[in-house]
Write a protein of this length. Structure first.
Length: 251
């Protein structure tokens, strides 16, 4: 059985795909208000896209915002993500600043921290270990908003994430043709069987919608849904996602 781990009240990597909703607000009060709204929704995790937060590099304010976020989410797990512009996000930072930010988030109670392992691959193992020692699990990630790499390359990236010591591996790609979606699903099934850590994959945009709801079939441990503003192309609203996963599960 694939290794899973506890986050909040859930075992990540076991059972049905976990539903994660992003918060992409710029100001603290709006971030907290969105957290209060999401706290009542049928989701398992909340991703704080801290790259949108205007004061993310003001340590005291970032820490207070994260603590307030945790308080408002209750038992829901928190995924901290600072997505860089190089991987389709809103954030700009030198690697050392990026690393420090992730370690701070871990020390302040984030259940999961997203680490872009190819930002500086030479330093990724060290960063992953530091985040884990600070108290968080690590989702290693890689995003390609332009294309879907060849099957062997996608396999290599996911395998490398495990080799670097991550607790879970995430790959998001953009399909250019229908075969790209099928290739991503094939790689997901391979990873679910070949890797010793949970895997999260998605094919973005309208063409890739299927990949967001069939994790129970392919082995993808988590899917992203939207509660208002989406953080990536193709995210399905929470209510619809909940119903679709029930249908896929045969409930």
């Amino acid at each position: 059985m694939k290794k899973g781990f506890r986050i909040g009240t859930q075992i990540f990597g076991q059972g049905a795909p976990k539903i994660c909703v992003p918060i992409v607000e710029k100001e603290r009060e709006k971030i907290w208000a969105k957290a209060e709204e999401i706290a009542g929704l049928p989701v398992d995790l909340v991703e704080w896209r801290a790259d949108f937060y205007e004061e993310v590099f003001r340590a005291g304010k970032m820490q207070r915002t994260l603590q307030g976020l945790k308080e408002r989410l209750g038992e829901k797990a928190l995924l901290f993500t600072f997505r860089t512009k190089g991987e389709g996000g809103n954030g700009a930072a030198a690697f050392d600043d990026y690393a420090q930010l992730n370690q701070t988030a871990a020390s302040q109670g984030a259940d999961l921290v997203d680490v872009e392992v190819f930002f500086d691959e030479r330093k990724s193992r060290e960063l992953i270990g530091a985040v884990q020692r600070a108290g968080s699990r690590v989702i290693a990630s890689n995003h390609d908003f332009a294309k879907t790499p060849p099957v062997e390359e996608m396999r290599r990236r996911l395998r490398r994430m495990e080799e670097l010591g991550a607790d879970a591996a995430k790959l998001a790609v953009m399909p250019v043709e229908r075969q790209d979606v099928l290739n991503l699903l094939e790689v997901t099934l391979w990873a679910e069987q070949a890797l010793g850590i949970p895997v999260v994959t998605m094919s973005m945009g309208k063409m890739g919608l299927l990949s967001r709801i069939c994790g129970g079939l392919t082995g993808s441990a988590m899917t992203f849904a939207s509660a208002g503003t989406a953080s990536a192309p193709g995210q399905i609203p929470v209510d619809s996602m909940t119903e679709l996963l029930k249908i896929m599960d045969g409930a």
